[in-house]
Design a protein around this ligand. Sequence first.
Ligand SMILES: C[S@@+](CC[C@H](N)C(=O)[O-])C[C@H]1O[C@@H](n2cnc3c(N)ncnc32)[C@H](O)[C@@H]1O
Length: 246
Amino acid sequence: MSPTRTARIVVLAVLASIFTIAATGARGSDVTPVYETRAPSGNGTGKVYMGREIANVMSHRRMSRLDRPGREREERTDLLVAALPVEEDDAVADIGAGSGYFSFRVAERVPNGVVYAVDIQQEMLDEIERRKRERGVDNIETLLGRVDDPGLGEQSADLIFIVDSYHEFSHPREMGEAMYKALRPGGHLIVVEDRAESKSRSSGKLHNMTEAQARKEITTLGFSWLRTESFLPQQHFLVFQKPTSP
Ligand SMILES: C[S@@+](CC[C@H](N)C(=O)[O-])C[C@H]1O[C@@H](n2cnc3c(N)ncnc32)[C@H](O)[C@@H]1O
């Protein structure tokens, strides 16, 4: 074989492997696809991560549902906010902040700190900005995230919390890796999701998660699972921690 023909074959082989890795989302020499696809179910995307079908994103047009008057009583959001492990000068990230229901409540708990309210829908952030002006709140910063990256600085957060949003992340692996980087060592990640184990949940088949699934997906990123609290009437409250040393 001529040297030119050998060189061409080598180049083609390299290009083919680069294409395979890019197409599957695999990392390094591991070519196992991170995501799979199947026919979408009712409120699903058809994109499957670690055996779970990812749900559709809740549109900003349904924002008023997040602020419905009965929410505190139904979900005991007051207990949820009180249970977040924060100090008054902490930097806290609310990922999938929506209309800011939790961002504003948590901002009161960190009067000398900041809440980063992250969402991928600009309309949600516009509403948070409007409420900030209306209420005179100055310790919330809105951040337009990408579907695969919340856009937080490295080790910029003491605590990250995600309420009713993780199951909608279209790129949970990439989001998880970015959140890991954004959290300071020893910082906590709180994931709150409707209990999929409960037969009575009305918010839709995929707008929830089992505890086992959430633990599997988050610990694969390198977080340690500390505990799952069951004080909320409808949701799991899962507490994870980024190790203090790598
Ligand atoms: C059901 S709402 C929950 C909002 C809020 N956490 C609450 O409980 O009131 C889910 C939110 O997650 C947002 N979201 C979905 N994927 C996201 C991502 N990759 N990064 C940031 N936000 C995301 C959606 O735009 C939506 O505003």
